[in-house]
Design a protein around this ligand. Structure first.
Ligand code: PLP
Length: 429
């Protein structure tokens, strides 16, 4: 929306700017909150304006400072996408622009295809979100991109892969890694990438800790990727994705590709997602506090082999990375239960307040068994790398009262304990 409006809010803090910039009530007949513009096409102010808008939309020309080109067609751009993109920028420390997509996968795919062509190479950390892993094997590799995996958290291996790989165009990191929260040092990978004569684009999937607790652009990354379905959306009721960055040319390349891929988020969903932005930080803070209390209370329970949570890391390097790049530990906990799959399933059967579902980041607490659901497509070696065992249960903590959730989990652990005793006394067939 109009630039003059943006400038009048310059310098405001993120929690203020998210409510005040990027939206001009006069363009929504005075409405205090944005209207929804559901048109698929827009009337041009003149044939010349139409010609100019097409030159800009297709990337043949670059907008002059302060220029507000006519809208064209909603696959390229529409007012609710513009409002959302403008309002989310202050939430991501270091961002200059945002591009919204109809899912996290769409955002990741379009960002990657904007920087990779056949013959190029990408280095990526493992484990990755299962869908992203699938995108690499089923789209990028057949397309002719060489994709080199490196273990999350292993700074030495990542440095080496970045230094030794010819034709490197993208470094893709996901930190913390799902589901065991292994962290990768973003600054260190950026430093390794910066030593190359032609710097690859450094991308970070920031879905688990951003935008509240981890700021990859401030650590030197070029692009931040989100599944907005998770914390940004926050209510498990919409799909969305975002790419944010600093370099204007890179942003324009991604925008043009989005027009070709046809994966912009629809006006209604943009409007809903936009209404969730002012509370992202409030929700994430509450969720993270809840999770930390629950994780720390679960330590020492005899049914649990290990609690995975960033404030409970025992590896000094992991502790160092957490302290250097994350403000708070976030709201994802994984617990590895004694008694394997039967114990994990019994735990899931006995939760009463939390719900057995995949996904994360919503205000309600969700629990799942990674090995048989979200990570069921991994090979046995990939399971080992990802730290996924039969007894592993992943918890996305919501905003409920943490004491009720803890009681719910303790009750389910009591039930899970019975399966362990059973399997130990009854000889297996
Ligand atoms: C959910 C998720 C995605 C995919 O996002 P969708 O919105 O489901 O397409 C990508 N990365 C991470 C880390 C995720 O959790």
């Amino acid at each position: 929306m109009p630039d003059n409006h943006k400038k009048s809010h310059h310098g405001a803090h993120p929690s203020t700017a998210v409510l005040t910039r990027g939206f001009n009530p006069h363009l929504s007949v005075g409405s205090a909150r944005p209207a929804v513009f559901r048109s698929s096409t827009y009337v041009f102010s003149s044939p010349e304006a139409a010609e100019r808008a097409f030159d800009l939309t297709s990337g043949r020309a670059v907008a002059e400072p302060g220029e507000t080109p006519d809208l064209v067609y909603s696959r390229f751009n529409h007012p609710n996408a513009e409002i959302l993109e403008d309002q989310i920028v202050p939430l991501e420390d270091g961002a200059e622009w945002a591009v919204v997509f109809n899912s996290g996968m769409a955002a990741i795919m379009t960002a990657l295809l904007s920087s990779l062509k056949p013959g190029d190479t990408m280095v990526y950390t493992v484990p990755l979100y299962g869908g992203t892993q699938g995108l690499i094997h089923d789209l990028l590799e057949p397309f002719g991109v060489r994709c080199i995996p490196v273990m999350a958290g292993r700074g030495d291996q990542i440095d080496e892969a970045i230094a030794a790989t010819g034709g490197l165009r993208v470094v893709l990191m996901e930190t913390p890694a799902n589901p065991t929260m292994v962290m990768t040092d973003i600054r260190r990978a950026v430093a390794a990438a910066s030593k190359l004569p032609e710097r690859p684009v450094v991308m970070v999937d920031n879905t688990f800790l951003g935008p509240a607790f981890q700021h990859p652009l401030q650590l030197g990354a070029d692009i931040v990727l989100y599944s907005a379905t998770k914390y940004l959306g926050g209510f498990s009721d919409l799909l969305g994705g975002l790419v944010l960055g600093k370099d204007a040319e890179l942003g324009q390349k991604i925008r043009v590709k989005r027009g070709l891929h046809g994966n912009i988020l629809q006006p209604d969903e943009c409007w809903i997602l936009d209404s969730r932005l002012p509370t992202v930080s409030l929700r994430m803070n509450r969720q993270s506090k809840n999770a930390q209390r629950i994780a720390e209370s679960l330590v020492g329970r005899p049914e649990i082999r290990k609690v995975y949570y960033p404030t409970l890391f025992d590896d000094p390097e992991q502790i160092r990375i957490r302290l250097s790049q994350c403000d708070y530990a976030g709201a994802m906990i994984s617990i590895d239960l004694h008694g394997g799959k039967p114990a994990a399933f019994e735990f899931l059967r006995n939760i009463q307040l939390a719900r057995n579902a995949v996904s994360l980041g919503g205000v309600e607490t969700l629990v799942c068994h990674p090995k048989t659901t979200i990570h069921s497509g991994l090979s046995p070696e990939e399971m080992v790398i990802a730290g996924i065992t039969d007894g592993l249960v992943r918890i996305s903590v919501g905003i409920e009262d943490w004491r009720d959730l803890l009681r719910d989990f303790e009750h389910a652990l009591d039930a899970a304990a019975k399966t362990v005793q059973l399997s130990e006394t009854v000889p297996s067939k």
